[in-house]
Ligand binder design. Sequence first.
Ligand code: NZQ
Ligand code: ZN
Length: 385
Amino acid sequence: MNNFDFHNPTHILFGKGRIADLSAQVPVKAKVLILYGGGSAERTGVLGQVRSALGDRDVVEFGGIEPNPRFATALKAVDLITETGVTYLLAVGGGSVIDATKFIAAAAKFEGDPWDILTSRGAVVKDAMPFGTVLTLPATASEMNSGSVITHADKGAKLPFRSPHCYPKFSILDPELTYTLPSRQIANGVADAFVHIIEQYLTYPVNSPVQDGFSETLLRTLIDLGPKALEAPEDYDIRANLMWTATLALNGLIGAGVPQDWASHMIGHEITAFNDTDHARTLAVVLPALMNDQRETKREKLLKFAANVWGIHDGDEDARIDAGIKATVDFFHLLGIKTRLSDYNVTASDIDTIIGALTDHGMTALGEHGAITPKDARRILETAL
Ligand code: NZQ
Ligand code: ZN
């Protein structure tokens, strides 16, 4: 196993009715900025619950954070913080609202050009405002990690950053808040969490039976519960297990001490930056093509994945790898997610633009060996057309 540091300071409050516990988490004297998205939190009543749980605290609100949150929108929230003297941030929403809040928390304390936060991948962040989250969409694990992804529409860039200053102080995970999610968002969440696990598992062996075993259990749970969550939107146990699985998929636990890939994510981000395709759908396109392309470097783990996640034991090695990739594609289809670039209006000539952007953003040595070049990424995308 590789050396690692593991420190996750986020306090999780999980279960029914936990918004009521907000009052004990947010400092009494805080001036709070509630951040939310395009209106679902208002419609579903979550914002109403949050406002009443905050009681007499001085509260300011900022809505309109987009899916794939925009740099320009986040800067408006930073201005509002300066104008109003807010001291504490509270994100109410999915990964987009939480990611934007992380960026806003860092940018509000940053002296230079906030764009540097993204181009440095967070290295320049030395401080951030404190913030908590109320999660409404299980998918990204942003509620329990220090990462964030921000889109700059004019630059055609979707860039990730992370900083130890950007862990939420606390996150409220009430599975009942997910009942109102459209099927498309549940499917996206299952696929995104699935690929998060794969990015940390499907690399090469380093003798890490605990991390591998946790990963396989999380994958099997998503395979079991994903389709059921679509069929039975108000089944508490299904939603509860899905929510906790998505959090564990990317809170640092399964990735500690093991090599990590993240090439599918970095290539997928460029597709979203290109035409706003849902994050999870870009992954469902790139991952199967990447697994196929990288079958030699990933051979041992692909065989373990086929056997332990899908129960595939028959046939020679390549037949078992093929069957594992096919099972993955079939799973995305079962969730209602298409897996070809052409399904998302990306043509062969668009691949030039996507690869150009990947190169411009310095994503030139991807994967667990840093060996996937833009030329390799192009080949992978061409097989996914
Ligand atoms: O904007 P509103 O009106 O709130 O509607 C949202 C949005 O349209 C809606 N929604 C959320 N909760 C709801 C609900 N609708 C009804 N009932 C509810 N309870 O769902 C839509 C999608 O929300 P969004 O937050 O965009 O989805 P998700 O959580 O999948 O987040 C995706 C973003 O996270 C980034 C992605 O790149 C993307 O920008 N990621 C963040 C990561 C991280 N921080 O670690 C890792 C991931 O790999 C990912 O890159
Ligand atoms: Zn993701």
